[in-house]
Structures are given as C-alpha cells and as structure tokens.
Ligand binder design. Structure first.
Ligand SMILES: Cc1ncc(COP(=O)(O)O)c(C=O)c1O
Length: 393
C-alpha cells in the first residue's frame, strides 16, 4: 500500500472525503506536496501558522529546548523556564486581571478548564453559550457548541447549558444569578467570520458583571493578531474574566491556555488540591516554540499589518462571480457562495490551481481565507487571481 492508502486504512478518519494531500514540507505561506506540488496556504492550519510555517525563530527555540529537557514532570510542580517566561510575556500584554496562565494541550482542554473554574469561582453550574459557536470536540466543549447537528449524536451532554443568539440583545435575558459563565467567541469563527457589535459585547460584559457571572471569551481562533489587534477583545473596550487561547499560541506546536486572575485560578490549588491537572499541558518544547512565535509576531508587527492585508484581499475579491457576500475581520475572510456545492466546486478548483482553502464548519457555503499573517502582497494577488478564476470557471 502507498502512504495515502495506509493513511486511509490505519489513521482514524474524521470524514468520508478528507483532503488527503501528502505534505512533505511547509515553509512560510507555502505547502509542498509529495509529487512536487506547491500550494499557497490560505488556511494556515486553521489560524495556527500566524507567523508562517517553520519561522526560523521558532525552529531555533525548539532546538535549544531539545538540548535542555523534554517532559520532566506533570503540570504545576516544577519551575520550567519556557512555561514561566511565556506566561509572563502573555500577561505583560493583557489587563492586570488576566495575570495567571494555565497551559493545556489543546483549545478544547482550555475550554474544559475554564468551565470548571467558573463553577468553582461562582458556586453555580449553569452555562450560557451561543448558536453557531465552536469550542471543541471533547464532551464538555461539545455540550456548548452552537449546533444541534454536531451535538445530538453524543447525548447526554452537560446539563444546564443554554444557547442564546449571538450578537442579539435577547441573549442578556438568558443570563441570571444562576449562571456560572457565559462563553462567547469574541469573533465567531466557524459561523463564517462574524464579529459582533461593540454595543452587544459591552452589554454582555455589563450583564455578566451585574449577575456575578464570569465572561469567558474564546480567542482560540481569533487571537494573536488575526483580527488586526493582538487580542480581539481590545477592539471592543471589554475585558473578559477568562481568556481562552490555542492554535497560534504554540507557534505550530500543540498548546492551549485559559487565563484568569490569580485570585480565581487559586481555586484549583485547594479543596480539592489538584483541582485541574494535566501531564503534558505546557510542554516545555511547545512553550519555547510558542514564546518564540509570540515574540516574532510582536517584533514583526504582524497584528498591525493584518488589517491592511485583509483590506487588500477584500479589494481584489470585490464582485467575484457567484459570490453573495464577503465577511472580513482583520486578515480573516469568508467568501460566501450560494450553496455548499458551489463553494466546494470553487475550493476544489483553487486547490487544483495551487491555492489551499477550505469551508467553515457552520458556514459550508463560505470559502475560508485565514493565511499566515506574513503573507506578502504578491502572494495575496496570486491567491485572488486563482480564486477569481476558480469562481468564473
Ligand atoms: C474558536 C475555537 N474554540 C475552540 C477550538 C478547539 O480547539 P482544539 O481543536 O485545539 O481543541 C477551536 C478549534 O477549531 C476553535 O476554533
């Protein structure tokens, strides 16, 4: 059997139609295939490769850490400098109330930890989440995602979860003094890049404060400059009680985090002790890679450049034949077609012509554009030429 056949036979499949591209190398914004193909990457591992694939500073940090130590102890026991330095660097860019970082292995684990923390801090159990929000695939995260299609087959799920309409003031009526936390994406990703109004997010914040409910903002996809500011919430004049990070956090290595005040986070240390634990969370190589990527992101001012690059995409994708709408937030776009079938046909033609793109989980009629923030103007022009030609075909 060749590698593709072995992949289909022995690697658990999550769909009946995987992309199944055989990748032999990735560099900057380009993926290289086994048969000599090249794809300009407009997916970026789903907003993971914000500093580009194999950023030299990330590789250097990984090599340095490999020479020091790999895993040495479960989370929270030893002082491991990559963890400490990264937590310190993240906290330095965040409001003072977001000063304590809990590193996990994935985004979904960050969601799980944050939901547990909300229970401990408030002594309550009810959760308000939103329609068309995605938060992960573990049982708890699955319970709060905003689509019955994906939830239903795995019932029973967490009790006490209420789904409200995103960016709709009716959501405020769902929040009461029984609500432990409200979990929202600062910008809805898989709904097709939908930013809320400032007024709505501020009203949500005010209602949480009024009822003693923790506001948890999920920036697992929206964080790290994707929306044009380092943290998406900065554009809204609100501060969450808990911030969720993942994806670009690890610079290409697996890493997630939930961040809260030290006062809140200290609940995990007592009654019961070890209230949230993980063997590999905050792995030293992942933290070293993540810190190097984070420093590169800031040094290269990639967040500031994201808005202009996104605007360039928007300009070049105006009036694409068959497209019905274009949503954008920073360097993050969704090009909406009339149906999944139409969108998928355009995506397939793009991939055949050397531009890698995809659709969104809750917006299958939208073509995804979330490239590394390092994408050049020439690459943007090339990508848009291919997308236009694919739509015209
Ligand atoms: C907004 C958001 N939250 C949470 C997650 C879950 O992250 P992970 O796949 O690392 O568990 C994702 C993953 O796509 C996401 O996009």
């Amino acid at each position: 059997m060749n590698l593709r056949q072995l992949f289909l036979q022995h690697v658990a499949q999550t769909s009946t139609a995987p992309l199944a591209l055989e990748i032999v190398k990735a560099e900057g914004c380009t993926l290289y295939g086994a048969a000599g193909e090249e794809w300009l990457d407009l997916i970026g591992g789903i907003s993971v490769a914000n500093v580009g694939h194999r950023h030299p500073a990330v590789l250097e940090a990984v090599r340095t850490q490999l020479d020091a130590y790999l895993h040495v102890m479960v989370y929270g026991e030893f002082v491991q400098s990559p963890q400490v330095r990264y937590a310190e660097a993240l906290a330095a860019t965040l409001p003072e109330t977001l000063g304590s970082v809990y590193f996990t292995n994935s985004g979904a684990e960050a969601v799980e930890g944050a939901m547990k923390l909300a229970k401990r801090v408030t002594g309550r159990t009810e959760i308000v989440a939103f329609e068309d929000s995605y938060h992960g695939s573990t049982q708890g995260a699955l319970s709060i995602i905003g689509s019955e299609y994906w939830r239903n087959a795995y019932r029973p799920l967490l009790p006490g979860v209420h789904h409200a309409r995103y960016n709709d003031l009716s959501a405020l009526d769902r929040i009461s003094t029984d609500t432990a936390c409200v979990i929202a994406e600062t910008v809805q990703a898989e709904a097709g890049v939908l930013p809320p109004s400032k007024e709505w997010l501020q009203a949500l914040r005010a209602r949480c404060t009024e009822t003693g409910t923790l506001l948890i903002l999920d920036e697992i996809q929206a964080g790290f400059g994707r929306t044009g500011t380092l943290w998406a919430f900065e554009a809204y004049g609100v501060v969450p009680d808990v911030l969720l990070l993942g994806k670009a956090l690890g610079g290409g290595m697996p890493l997630g985090a939930f961040i809260a005040s030290k006062e809140h986070m200290d609940h995990f240390a007592d009654a019961p002790v070890l209230g949230h634990i993980t063997t590999f969370g905050g792995h030293p190589v992942c933290c070293a890679a993540g810190l190097a990527a984070f420093e590169a992101l800031r040094r290269e001012e990639l967040a500031a450049g994201a808005a202009a690059k996104g605007a360039h995409f928007e300009e070049l994708l105006r009036d694409v034949p068959g497209a019905r709408a274009l949503h954008r937030c920073g360097l993050w776009l969704a090009l909406r077609f009339e149906s999944f079938e139409h969108c998928k046909a355009v995506i397939d033609r793009c991939i055949a012509a050397g531009v890698l793109t995809d659709w969104f989980l809750f917006a299958s009629d939208c073509l995804r554009i979330s490239p590394p923030l390092t994408i050049s103007e020439e690459e943007i022009r090339r990508a848009c030429t291919v997308i236009r030609a694919a739509a015209e075909a």
